[in-house]
Design a protein around this ligand. Structure first.
Ligand SMILES: [Mn+2]
Length: 450
């Protein structure tokens, strides 16, 4: 039983076909799965193949290279690690060369060890090479070394490729618009992520430290079958929540703290991405509640603008407008709304964007602007909406009662033909809903225990 093969090989076959249809004749595509990385001594980081590679193969082993050739015919070639009983006993099962064609619906397979030799034969008379310009320089260097080797053979009549093109232009544009299969997977990743966040809130009954909340959050992901987190979980209490990518998760949670959890599960290669912010005690202070409700209003205003043909930047515009007005109303900013928006004074408390594409990568690929214009939404696009406010002792001029409050609220939104669908449904979101949920949950838990 191999765990490195994803479901529905036909989905990946379709992706390869759609990609090649867009490329000119006499083209070749190279996509690498990536290599394992040493963490320390002989311990490796958990391996996760590059998303482009998974998108075209449904396969997750390291040291694999996909070669798609579009000449007179269209052929797919995959280089993988050969089977090796001894290595597999120590390191884990491998698919092996022989099983590739039938298992992954690919035409030819080879041992990765023979890559440099085989590739030169495949590249003869190919005019254009397509490779991701956002992939590691190591791989781009390897591709260049093949072209160089072919050029060396020019006197023997070998014709080397004449241009290297950015595969991202085609492949990442495909990945921006999600198919039905992808939407199902994103929905599942969202559902598991919601369950993890509920577990994190419930965890407050028995947790003293951030890492204990993380344990319950990620336990829920794993229990529901997610093989890994989509990105390193953030469990940030009090002032830590003002560090946007805080992942240490080591602090003791104080009773009056807000706890910010930004985490998502992965499902069949697709990411969930949710942020919840809730009071450790189950009860918001006045200032926490005021800021929280403001962020929630901003999020709702931002979500409301998402529909086909709305421009991407309208989401951010809607959220900063609500946040800026709210900060003025609370006396945290001075002046009038137009001035605050124009000179971006709100950036002191809200310094990031309101969202990003979501897909196989949590910050998914795809252009945000086209020809200098923010692009318009289309059905099948998936974005996160995640306004926030962060006030800490960095803001010395701000009354201390606002300090150490970091709030972010994030959901995953699918653009549909008629508007939008929130994929991450099922979380208590308003101040009242959260307080009620945490109180009820405590009561239920007490009943369970007794
Ligand atoms: Mn996000």
């Amino acid at each position: 039983m191999l765990n490195t093969i994803l479901e529905q090989p036909e989905f990946y076959q379709k992706n390869r076909q759609t990609l090649l249809e867009q490329l000119p004749d006499n083209s070749v595509v190279f996509v690498s799965s990536g290599a394992e990385k040493i963490r320390n001594r002989d311990v490796e980081f958990p391996f996760r193949a590059q998303s482009d590679f998974i998108y075209l193969t449904g396969f997750e082993e390291p040291d694999s290279v996909l070669v798609l050739l579009k000449t007179k015919t269209v052929k797919s070639h995959l280089f993988v690690r050969e089977k090796d009983p001894e290595q597999e006993t120590w390191q884990g099962r491998r698919l092996g060369v022989e099983a590739v064609p039938n298992t992954l619906n690919l035409d030819y397979a080879y041992d990765i060890e023979s890559l440099d030799d085989e590739i030169l034969g495949l590249l003869d008379n190919v005019a254009s090479v397509y490779v991701s310009f956002s992939q590691s320089l190591d791989f781009l260097g390897t591709v260049h070394s093949w072209i160089y080797a072919l050029k060396e053979q020019g006197r023997k009549g070998v014709e080397a490729p004449k241009q290297v093109c950015d595969l991202d232009t085609y492949l990442h544009e495909m990945r921006v618009i999600k198919s039905e299969t992808e939407i199902k997977r994103l929905r599942k990743a969202a559902t598991i992520s919601v369950q993890g966040h509920l577990a994190a809130m419930k965890s407050m009954q028995s947790s003293v430290f951030e890492f204990q909340v993380q344990a319950d959050l990620e336990a829920a992901f794993l229990r529901l079958g997610s093989p890994r987190v989509a990105f390193n979980s953030i469990v940030a209490s009090g002032e830590n929540a003002c560090i946007l990518h805080y992942t240490e998760n080591r602090s003791e949670i104080k009773k009056g703290d807000l706890v910010l959890v930004d985490a998502g599960a992965e499902w069949q290669g697709y990411a969930g991405d949710i942020t919840t912010t809730f009071p450790a005690s189950g009860h918001f202070s006045t200032e926490q509640a005021q800021l929280y409700s403001l962020v929630l209003n901003a999020q709702q205003a931002a979500i409301d603008v998402i529909k086909p043909k709305a421009r991407y930047d309208m989401v951010h515009q809607a959220s900063i407008k609500v946040l800026a007005q709210g900060l003025l109303d609370l006396g945290l900013l001075q002046g009038d709304l137009d001035a605050v928006l124009k000179d971006e004074a709100y950036k002191r408390f809200f310094m990031h964007g309101t969202g990003h594409w979501l897909g196989m990568d949590v910050h998914d690929v795809g252009a945000y602007k086209q020809n200098g214009e923010w692009r318009a939404f289309k059905p099948g696009m998936v974005v996160t909406v995640e306004p926030g406010l962060y006030i800490s002792d960095v803001h010395q001029d701000v009354d201390k009662k606002w300090h150490n409050i970091g709030i972010r609220i994030e959901d995953d939104i699918l653009v549909t033909s008629t508007g939008r669908e929130v994929l991450t449904k099922g979380l208590p979101r308003t101040v009242e809903e959260i307080e009620t949920w945490m109180r009820q949950d405590k009561e239920q838990a007490t009943i369970e225990v007794s």
